[in-house]
Design a protein. Structure first.
Length: 315
C-alpha cells in the first residue's frame, strides 16, 4: 500500500506539473472589434510629413510588391529563426505605416546605412556612459547572467525598479524607458533602418543573432557597431527575426501561450518591446483561475491582423 501511495503521489505531482506547463494556442485574429486608438505622437508625425497612414501603408506594400529580392531575404531569414515570414512582414508594415515612412527601394536603405558608417556615437545619459551606469551596485545581481538576453533584461528591470522617475544619490532620473534614456539613436523618439530597431533590444538578442546568423556580437561600448547592425538591411532583418523569436519564446515559457499563429500579437510586441515583463504580467493575470485572459493587439497589431490576407499574398 505504501508503494502504491508513493507511485500515486508521484503521478499526481507529474500531472500537476504538466498542467501548469500546458501551453495554450492564442487564437488567430483580433480580440478588439475596432482598432485601438492610435497614439497622438504617431498622428502628429504623419501630419508633419504631409502624408496619411493609408498612403504610408500603400507605400510599404508597393515596396514588397516591386522588390522580390526583399521578400526572398525575409523568407530566408525567417527560416533561420524558425518563424513564419508573415511575422516579419507584419512588423515592417506596422513600423512603416505608423512610425516612419518607407524609402522607395531597398537600395535606399543600404545608402542610408552607409551614410552613417564611421560616425562617432556613444550610449550615455547626462554625461555618464551606460557601461559606467550599469556598474553601480544596484546592478550587481545582473552579473550572474552571461547571456545577452537575461543580462540586459535584468538591467532594464533594475532601471525600472530602482532608477526610473526616482532620485538616487542626489541625482534625479527621468520617468522614461531605459532604452529612451540611454539608447536613443541621436535624439529622442528615433530609430533607424528597415526594421526600426531599438539599440537596447539589439543588445538583448545579439547572442541569438551571433549564433544563428554569424554576425559579430554587439556590446554597449561600441555604439557605432550597434547602429550599423540596426541600419544595414541584411543585419536588420536578422535582428528583426531574433526579436520576434524572443517574443514567441517569452510568451511560451513564461505565460504558457503560443502566439506563433497570431502575427498581430507579435507585431504588437515588436512595437511595444519589454516582452519578458509583458509575458510575466499576462501569466499573473491567468494565475488565479477563471476565464483565460488572452494577449491583445494594439492599434499597430490590429492593422496587421485586419489586413492579414493581403499581407499573406505578398509571400
Amino acid at each position: 500500500m505504501r508503494r502504491f501511495a508513493v507511485v500515486a503521489l508521484v503521478a499526481f505531482a507529474m500531472a500537476c506539473s504538466s498542467a501548469e506547463a500546458a501551453v495554450l494556442m492564442v487564437p488567430p485574429g483580433n480580440r478588439n472589434v475596432v482598432q485601438p486608438p492610435i497614439p497622438g505622437a504617431s498622428k502628429e508625425r504623419t501630419r508633419e510629413f504631409k502624408t496619411t497612414f493609408d498612403l504610408k501603408y500603400d507605400k510599404i506594400i508597393d515596396l514588397f510588391k516591386t522588390d522580390r529580392k526583399l521578400i526572398e531575404k525575409i523568407k530566408k531569414t525567417a527560416a533561420v529563426y524558425d518563424i513564419a515570414p508573415i511575422h516579419m512582414i507584419g512588423a515592417l508594415v506596422g513600423e512603416h505605416t505608423y512610425n516612419v515612412g518607407v524609402y522607395d527601394t531597398l537600395q535606399a536603405y543600404y545608402i542610408k546605412a552607409a551614410a552613417y558608417a564611421g560616425e562617432a556615437f556613444r550610449f550615455a545619459y547626462n554625461g555618464e556612459k551606460v557601461d559606467h551606469f550599469v556598474a553601480r551596485p544596484q546592478f550587481a545581481k545582473c552579473a550572474a547572467f552571461t547571456d545577452s538576453d537575461r543580462l540586459w533584461t535584468c538591467r532594464e528591470d533594475v532601471w525600472n525598479e530602482d532608477f526610473r522617475g526616482k532620485t538616487v544619490d542626489g541625482e534625479s532620473f527621468p520617468n522614461n524607458r531605459f532604452s529612451a534614456v540611454f539608447f536613443q539613436p541621436f535624439y529622442a523618439g528615433q530609430t533607424f533602418g528597415l526594421g526600426q530597431i531599438n539599440p537596447l533590444t539589439a543588445l538583448m538578442v545579439t547572442d541569438m543573432v551571433h549564433e544563428r546568423s554569424g554576425y559579430p556580437k554587439l556590446d554597449e561600448n561600441h555604439a557605432a557597431d550597434v547602429y550599423n547592425a540596426i541600419m544595414d538591411p541584411d543585419m536588420s532583418l536578422a535582428y528583426m527575426a531574433a526579436i520576434i523569436r524572443k517574443s514567441i519564446d517569452d510568451y511560451k515559457t513564461i505565460a504558457h501561450m503560443d502566439i506563433s499563429d497570431n502575427p498581430g500579437i507579435t507585431a504588437t510586441l515588436y512595437n511595444l518591446g519589454e516582452t519578458t515583463a509583458r509575458a510575466k504580467a499576462l501569466a499573473a493575470k491567468n494565475s488565479g483561475g477563471g476565464p483565460v485572459v488572452w494577449p491583445q493587439e494594439n492599434y499597430y497589431g490590429w492593422l496587421v491582423n485586419d489586413r492579414l490576407a493581403q499581407l499573406q499574398s505578398l509571400l
